[in-house]
Design a protein around this ligand. Sequence first.
Ligand code: AMP
Ligand code: MG
Length: 345
Amino acid sequence: MENYLDLKNTTDYSKLKVAGEIIKDGGLVLFPTETVYGLGANGLDENAVKKIYKAKGRAQDNPLILHVSNFDMIPKIAQNISDIEYTLMKTFWPGPFTIILERTDIVPDIVTAGLDTVGIRMPSGIIANKLISYADVPIAAPSANVSGRPSGTNISDVFEELSDKVDYIVDGGECEVGLESTVVRVVDGIPNILRPGKISPEDIKKAVGTVKIDEHILKDIETDEKVLSPGMKYRHYAPKADCILVYSEDNEKMIKKIQEITQKYTNPLVISCNENAKYYDVKNKILYGSKENLNEIAQNIFKDLRKVDSFKPDIVIIEGVKNDGIGLAIMNRLIRACEYHFIKA
Ligand code: AMP
Ligand code: MG
């Protein structure tokens, strides 16, 4: 295919020059980062960015992140940066970390949804980095998926929904992290986590001595009641089937609760860790990885959520994970995938 570049088994990144030119000229490119695939366009070109919103069916009030490949790009798009903000960038870049900074006038309103701040990230994925370098502009790139669907972590998962909406596709295989970046905004000298990701609260605390997790993230996880949080504004990651998230620190209790629920349905699907799968007497199972390896679960979870509907289940029950490190980010996404139907056993 003419507009498809396979970089899975080669390190000849000079081939990304074509994709860089397409971005510069206002086109859309589907490309891998270390977190998830991105749907990228020239972040300084209003018309190009409009195409992203259209391709995804994304709400116009949901801002985009600008991706940079080096620190020289920062002063053009952000200003009045504090020492602590610099320390965070120097510590976690390149990597799965987004910082919200005061924007400059050059950043189009459509990128920031009219806010006076802009989200910025420097990806560590080498393909993303080279692509931004060739494009020589910040690349606005939300996750590659139609809005509401699980984020794409490989090309085959999103090919059907996006291939005819983009000008070029770069295939880099499976994403390493599998979940979107940690989003942080510094308020009164304290980094606030607005969206959890691979860079954990513990990592941030270690770097700058202090951290706060946004209230709505904690509220979602600490309560099993349905609460209206800002995140609920957009339907997210959800399969068509009804999903229930179940978690208990007591593994036996969690298993028992899930067994109990499965008995009430005719075609239940259970998504669980490898270790617990044998306890569920159901036809349909997806194993998301070992509970001893949260990184593996993070890498698999969006791919697994995309498999759900092919089973045509009448209910999906998903095991939660421990809220530690990247576990907070996994739980944050799963709660949304289950549309806030969360049972603490
Ligand atoms: P996505 O590109 O789909 O990973 O989503 C980007 C997310 O980053 C948005 O949904 C917001 O949660 C966050 N974000 C981006 N820009 C800003 C901003 N200026 N202020 C606050 N949050 C932002
Ligand atoms: Mg997204």
